[in-house]
Design a protein around this ligand. Structure first.
Ligand code: SF4
Ligand code: SF4
Length: 155
C-alpha cells in the first residue's frame, strides 16, 4: 500500500502531527487536506489545500532530496519473506521482491525477500524488533551496536 494511513475513531485520516505537520500524513510525500480529516468549512479546506500545494512544490523544486540516513535494510541472505516486518511498519516502507539466488550446489533459487524504501522509512526500528530471523537492521543503530551498548552499561 502506498498510503499507510492513521485513522481516528471516526475513520478520518489523522495528520502526522497536529501542530507541527498538520497537512502531512505519516507517509513521506503524502499530504492531507479537506474532508478526509474531518468535517471542515470551505475557507479552512482551501487554506489547507494551499498549504499542501506549497509543501508539494517545496519537494518538487529540489534537484535532490535529503533523507534520514538512519533507515532500515534487510539482509537478503537471512530474510525468509515472512512479512512480519511489513505488518508492523507504520509508514508502509517495506515491500517484497522476488530475487534469484545462486546456491552452493550451483543451482538457482527464487526467493521472496523484504526490501525497504529508504525515502519512506522513518527509522523507527519497529521492523528490526519484529524480524524473527535477525535479517532486518537499522543503519546507525544496528543490533550489534545496541547489544554492545547494553554490554557496556552492564559492566
Ligand atoms: S525502521 Fe520503521 S519506518 Fe523504517 S522500515 Fe522499519 S518499521 Fe518501517
Ligand atoms: S521480518 Fe525479517 S525475515 Fe521476515 S520478511 Fe522481514 S526481514 Fe525478512
Amino acid at each position: 500500500t502506498m498510503l499507510t494511513a492513521s485513522m481516528d475513531t471516526n475513520d478520518f485520516f489523522t495528520e502526522a502531527h497536529p501542530k507541527l505537520r498538520p497537512v502531512e500524513s505519516p507517509t513521506a510525500g503524502v499530504f492531507l487536506s479537506g474532508m478526509c480529516q474531518g468535517p471542515k468549512d470551505i475557507p479552512e479546506t482551501v487554506s489547507q489545500a494551499s498549504a499542501c500545494a506549497a509543501k508539494v512544490i517545496g519537494l518538487l523544486v529540489k534537484d535532490k532530496l535529503t533523507c534520514n540516513p538512519c533507515v532500515a535494510h534487510s539482509d537478503e541472505m537471512m530474510c525468509n519473506g515472512c512479512s512480519s516486518c511489513e505488518k508492523v511498519c507504520p509508514y508502509g516502507a517495506i515491500t517484497y521482491q522476488e530475487k534469484e539466488f545462486r546456491m552452493p550446489d550451483r543451482t538457482t533459487q527464487i526467493r521472496r525477500v523484504a526490501s525497504v524504501n529508504p525515502a519512506v522509512c522513518q527509522g523507527c526500528g519497529a521492523c528490526t524488533v519484529a524480524c524473527p530471523s535477525g535479517a532486518m537492521d537499522l543503519n546507525g543503530f544496528s543490533n550489534k551496536q545496541i547489544m554492545a551498548e547494553v554490554d557496556a552499561i552492564c559492566k
